[in-house]
Design a protein around this ligand. Structure first.
Ligand SMILES: Cc1cc2nc3c(=O)[nH]c(=O)nc-3n(C[C@H](O)[C@H](O)[C@H](O)COP(=O)(O)OP(=O)(O)OC[C@H]3O[C@@H](n4cnc5c(N)ncnc54)[C@H](O)[C@@H]3O)c2cc1C
Length: 301
């Protein structure tokens, strides 16, 4: 590997409703999700995307910047990313982003990545577990005018401005080479995301965006007002950057609901009820018979 250069990565992550833990009405009257009725989690494959970016930094050096577009509470996934090793995080939050479909989401993210500049790799999860479209990654690459490697399972090499990566396809693996900058969508089988570090949890305990100041002042009355809190956090590099539409060179008509040709009409959560049960003897034969049945039914394997 002749290349001594470092690689700067941007990781796009999404806070998603934990569809396994639904409480209350999930839909608002305007057809958008009632996110407060759903506990929120880090989109699983975005953790694999972050892990791949962190491994690139460990191998070649460079910076890992994590971005998310979402409501104020989406800052939670940014703190989680810092606890796992991200160097920098940015929250894109503005009422004008709300209700965005994949077209409007990728447009806003493209505007933010262009503002950031100086990137070599953009990492996304293959898919978000709520919209499930797997469209944002490819759309963002298209808008940035850069090549894309989807279903990426590993980076084989980075050499100068060239990347070789392996894709996980239904019928096998595919090796792809392309020039940088490029965008990768990462699959769950790519790696085992590292857990948050206890030391970083303590280090970033107070980290917050300005959108969280009012609620934090209730918890920390020792800070007289938002300006004092802002100064305190800024001095300690704990103020998390917030970008609104005013910070981006974008056409507001292409953002949020107004920029979304697709609108979610209704979301039904299907709960699969078991119709019959079967007792499995707790021994080798029993387990072997169960596995065979699951394979025959195409449930696993
Ligand atoms: C049930 C449901 C169905 C929907 N159906 C559609 C539809 O058919 N068409 C449509 O256009 N929209 C649809 N939407 C809206 C869509 O969820 C949003 O546009 C969303 O922001 C992006 O689409 P996605 O969730 O499918 O993400 P995907 O395209 O599956 O996400 C892929 C990757 O892109 C990145 N990413 C996605 N969203 C963000 C974000 N906000 N911030 C940072 N990175 C991000 C992540 O790395 C993620 O892993 C649907 C939403 C819901 C809840």
């Amino acid at each position: 590997m002749s290349s001594a250069r470092t690689y700067n990565s941007v990781v796009l992550v999404k806070q998603v409703p934990d569809t396994h833990n639904i409480t209350g009405n999930v839909m608002k009257n305007d057809g958008t999700l009632n996110r407060s009725a759903l506990p929120a989690i880090f989109n699983p494959e975005d953790l694999n995307a972050l892990e791949m970016a962190l491994q690139v930094r460990e191998r070649y050096g460079g910076q890992v910047t994590v971005m998310t577009m979402g409501p104020p509470q989406a800052a939670e996934v940014l703190r989680d990313a810092l606890h796992r090793g991200a160097d920098r995080v940015i929250l894109l939050s503005d009422r004008k982003f709300a209700g965005a479909d994949t077209l409007a989401t990728s447009y806003a993210l493209t505007g933010a990545i262009k503002k950031l500049g100086d990137y070599d790799l953009v990492f996304c999860g293959r898919q978000a577990i709520d919209g499930d479209t797997a469209q944002v990654g490819p759309q963002t690459a298209e808008k940035l005018g850069i090549p894309q490697i989807t279903y990426a399972e590993s980076i084989v090499s980075l050499d100068g401005d060239e990347i070789v990566a392996e894709r996980a396809l239904p019928l096998g693996k595919e090796l792809v080479q392309c020039s940088l900058p490029c965008l990768l969508t990462v699959v769950a089988s790519a790696n085992q995301p590292r857990p948050p570090s206890a030391r970083k949890r303590i280090e970033y305990k107070l980290a917050a965006t300005p959108l969280e100041y009012r609620s934090l002042l209730k918890k920390w009355p020792e800070f007289e007002n938002e300006d004092v809190l802002d100064a305190y956090l800024t001095k300690r590099d704990l103020k998390l950057p917030l970008w609104t539409t005013a910070d981006l060179d974008v056409d507001e008509e292409k953002l949020g609901l107004s920029g979304s040709p697709t609108q979610v009409y209704k979301v039904n959560f299907v709960v699969l009820e078991s119709t019959q049960s079967k007792e499995i003897p707790a021994n080798q034969e029993g387990i072997a018979a169960l596995l065979q049945e699951l394979v025959q039914e195409y449930i696993v394997g």
